[in-house]
Every structure is written in C-alpha cells, then in structure tokens.
Design a protein around this ligand. Structure first.
Ligand code: AQP
Length: 342
C-alpha cells in the first residue's frame, strides 16, 4: 500500500454522505443535507457521493439519470462543497460499493431488513412489484459508509434506522470473521431543518419523487416559481402564536416556521415572537424573501456549473480516483477476512 493510501485508509474522523440523483434536488436536501455537509468540511475528512446506484432501485430514464447525476454534483458544489478539499464522485464509478454490498447481503439478516420502515413507506401496497434492490438498499448504504470506514454520518430523521443497521452489519461482520475491521459509525444529527415537509401536505416529507412539483422548492426553481409555490403553500386561517409549541396540530404552519428558522439560523420560538399575531399572507411574503435570498445564489451557481458538463465530469472522475484509493486497501482486507483468494 502506498503511504498516501495507508494514511487515507486509517484517518480518524471521516464523514460519508450522499443523495440520490432521482429527480430535482430540493430545499429538504439543502437544509437536511448539503448545508450541513458544507459545515462539516472544516472538521472532518469528507466524502460526498452522488448515489446513482441507489437511484436505480426505482426506474430512472437513462438519459435523465445522467443529467440528474450532473445536476446533483452541481448542487453539492453550488451549496458550498469544495471538491478540492472534500471528495465528490458518483457511486457507480467505484466498484467496491457493489462488491462490499454483496458481502453485506450475506451478513445482514432478513429479519433486520423486514423492520426497515422506509421500505414499507416506499413500497406501500405495491410490495410484490418493487425491485429487490429497493429491499436490500440499506445493505448498499452500509457498504457505502463502511467501504471508507467512515466514522461519522450526518443523518436526517428518516435515515437513522438505516445507520443503526450499518452498525449492526459492522458488528456482525467483525464478530463473524474475528476482526476489528469496521468502526461503529456514529450519527451526526443536525438541528433545525432536519425534516422539511411537503408544501401541499405538512405530514409528508418534501421529496423528489412527489408527483406534485408544487409540493417542493427545487434548487433550480426560478424566483417567480419559488414565490408562487410559497404563496400557494397550504396553511390555515389562524394567526402566528407567540411560541412555537403553540403550533401543535398545525403541521403546515409548523413546517413554514421551521423553514424560516432554518434558513435564518434562528429558533422557531424567535420566528413566532417576531411574527406573533400576523397572518400567513404576511408571513409568506417574509418567507419568500428569505428563501429567495438564500437559494437564488445557489440556483445561479448551479446553472453556471451545468453549462459546463465537462467540468462536472472531471470533478467526478478525480473524486472517484481519490475514493478508490481509500476503498481499495479496505476492500482487500475485507476479502482477506472473508477468505476470498486473490
Ligand atoms: N424533506 C427532507 N427534509 C430534510 N432532509 C431531507 N433529505 C431528503 N429529503 C429531506 C435528506 O437529503 C439527503 C439525501 O436524500 P436522498 O436524495 O438520498 O433520498 P431521500 O431522503 O429519499 O430524498 P427524496 O427527495 O425523498 O428522494 P426520493 O423521492 O427519490 O426518495 C438525505 O440526508 C436525506 O435525509
């Protein structure tokens, strides 16, 4: 192993995270993920991945998948991920993700996967018709993280259970093969904005796959579209109360206050105090100003980056090579522990 590869393989605090290029990146991805990734770059060695192999667990048109992969990379960079400092690449470029996930398919237990609530949510009543990939997706996620021995993963509420599974897999692998190869990866739970909800239904998470475009604020929406979506966002007829806990039972109102708080880095209580007694007509105008001022520079930068696909491709290629340097010695140790001849 080269000196660089050996240092990279044993670094103490390493973060891995990713998003699926399965549609338009949105405000939920920004507040729940990208913004936090940027903050972590100063403290950790960070690996940020466009998880295209996860995206194909549901049907993706091939040409759109390519475009969405570039768009996701542009969104990461526009939000502030520095591809010179952090590693940014698309998952399918590094074959170790698929190789390790197969080994984990044989370590992970059916009963563990049966408990995953996200599969139940995503499969719904269509259980028999969804891909087997969707079912074993958490094993691939474990492989993504452990291929780099990531010590920390920033997770939104919805991913907590998958990280617990990653820890279970790491523990079982170490135990079964009598090694201390994988760390027990710790979650980094981020604050405000951890869960952004749909603009049309405050009980559903804002999501790329929601068929209603009006349900989400896309990072590539222009200013007029943003303003229209916020104006039309579902709310109620009541006024804003003095304190955030008085919003109990008003899911849509809670969501909009939460978005305002997250984007301005103030507490929900402070937002309520500032707008106490005001109706949602006034509040939505203020929220639009905040959303536009925070997102417009990102949207502009994404546009600029996407106009030069060869630049994005070169970033992903370079990131893939750096990721491969870390993954290769770890995967070699895994294969040796399993007993594979090489
Ligand atoms: N609504 C959200 N609020 C807060 N965080 C969110 N994230 C996604 N939606 C929200 C966070 O973004 C990161 C990347 O997520 P992903 O793209 O890999 O998958 P997802 O969570 O399944 O996102 P979507 O938009 O709902 O995609 P589809 O519709 O394709 O399944 C994660 O850190 C996630 O927590």
């Amino acid at each position: 192993m080269s000196d660089t590869a050996s240092t990279l393989a044993t670094v103490k605090n390493r973060v891995f995270s990713g998003a699926q290029p399965s549609g338009n990146m949105h405000l939920g991805n920004y507040l729940g993920a990208f913004r936090n990734w940027v903050r972590l770059q100063d403290t950790y060695e960070c690996i940020y991945c466009v998880v295209d192999m996860h995206a194909i667990t549901v049907w993706q048109d091939p040409a759109e998948l390519t475009a969405q992969t570039r768009e996701a990379a542009a969104a990461y960079i526009a939000a502030g991920v520095d591809p010179k400092n952090s590693i940014l690449f698309n998952q399918s470029r590094v074959p170790g993700h698929a190789e390790l996930s197969w080994i984990f398919n044989c370590v992970s237990r059916l009963g563990w996967l049966n408990r995953m609530t996200q599969f139940k949510d995503k499969a719904g009543k269509n259980r028999e018709k969804v891909s087997t990939g969707l079912y074993i997706y958490p094993n691939l996620m474990a492989a993504d993280i452990l291929l780099y021995k990531a010590t920390h993963v920033p997770v939104g509420e919805d991913q907590k259970q998958h990280l617990e599974l990653t820890r279970d897999i790491a523990q079982k692998f170490n135990h079964d093969f009598g090694v201390e190869l994988f760390p027990l990866t710790e979650p980094i739970i981020m604050g405000e904005g951890a869960r952004v909800m749909s603009l049309r239904d405050g009980t559903k998470k804002m999501s790329k796959s929601d068929p209603s475009d009006a349900s989400r604020i896309n990072l590539n929406d222009d200013t007029d579209t943003l303003a229209r979506k916020i104006r039309k966002a579902k709310t109620d007829a009541e006024l804003l109360p003095a304190k955030a806990d008085m919003l109990e039972g008003r899911a849509e109102a809670q969501n909009l206050v939460g978005i305002y708080a997250a984007l301005t880095d103030i507490s929900r209580d402070q937002v309520c105090a500032d707008f106490e007694g005001k109706g949602f007509g006034d509040f939505k105008k203020a929220l639009t100003d905040v959303v536009v001022s925070k997102l417009a520079p990102i949207t502009e930068e994404m546009k600029r980056l996407q106009a030069d696909p060869s630049y994005i491709d070169s970033v992903l290629k370079d990131g893939g090579e750096r990721a491969q340097m870390i993954a290769a010695p770890i995967l070699a140790d895994v294969k040796k522990a399993v007993g594979f001849l090489s």
